[in-house]
Design a protein around this ligand. Sequence first.
Ligand code: PHE
Length: 340
Amino acid sequence: MLDNIKKLLDEVQAQSPDSKEKLEEFRLKYIAKKGAVTELFKEFKNVAPEMRKEFGQKLNELKKAAEEKFYSVKEELENQGGSSDIAIDLTAPGEPFPVGSRHPVSIVRNEIVEIFAKIGFTISEGPEIEDDWHNFTALNFPEEHPARDMQDTFFIAKNPDIAIRTHTSSVQVRVMEAGKPPFRTISPGRVFRNEAISARSHCIFHQVEGLYIDENVSFADLKQTLLYFAREFFTEDTEIRLRPSYFPFTEPSAEMDVSCQICKGEGCRVCKYTGWVEILGCGMVDPNVLENCGIDSKKCSGYAFGMGVERPTMLKYGINDIRLFFENDVRFLKQFSSAL
Ligand code: PHE
């Protein structure tokens, strides 16, 4: 019996399998469940008691030698790069890697931000969940004033009133409260209104707010800045027009139209045959707002504007339904993958 073990040990030591197949043969022959070593362990009960110790020792030696050989050869073969069954063709084309694309609203928001950054506007942001002071009261919307009806929203808590912001104008207040003039900043972000969803309006949309406060800022500065923006964003021959309007936080207030990009002013469905499309609200910041934010309205003046992002995006890409922006249908979104 001991001779048998010795013979097997010599055999194991003499072998060096040089392929995966041969290594598998080796495993089956010696260390698998039905291999020679396991079989010898079964003989243990037939060994004379005084021989058992030696038998056990020799058998364990054999087992260890077979296992060590198996694992060292296995590692060696693996390090050779799986010689036999994994052939790597370095000239084969790569696995396709799906690349995402930016959302059209993000593309246009970034473009707007860049156009204003070129003339020195910084970027500022505020929270989407806002208190009554920043969204309404500081902006000169008295409590119970009907002007609040224009911006009905979703309230999260009452007393104190917490709502999701209806416009990015709340960021004007936060910027002015936190610093000292001059301010020249734009604030992009999401806003929310309690509105019926249709092809032209949605309960969530995006705005970019602009604020410029310094000494001697005039309405002419506002108009020239907006004209610069319209021509950078659309085309060089774009015209703008300002129509008198009303916002509680600006005086005077105006709405700005741009000449229709689809029909170039001739009249079409998009501009409802007027040749003009409204894109933003603006005006000179009301002295009450400046005072509410701790700014001396005798010394400083300034302008603000707020534009939606979806409307200019629709004009730019010829999209006719605002709901497409929020459905996240990949067939729609992937059309913008080259517009990064
Ligand atoms: N906040 C206004 C709105 O959402 C737009 C606006 C901003 C108007 C700044 C004037 C000045 O309709």
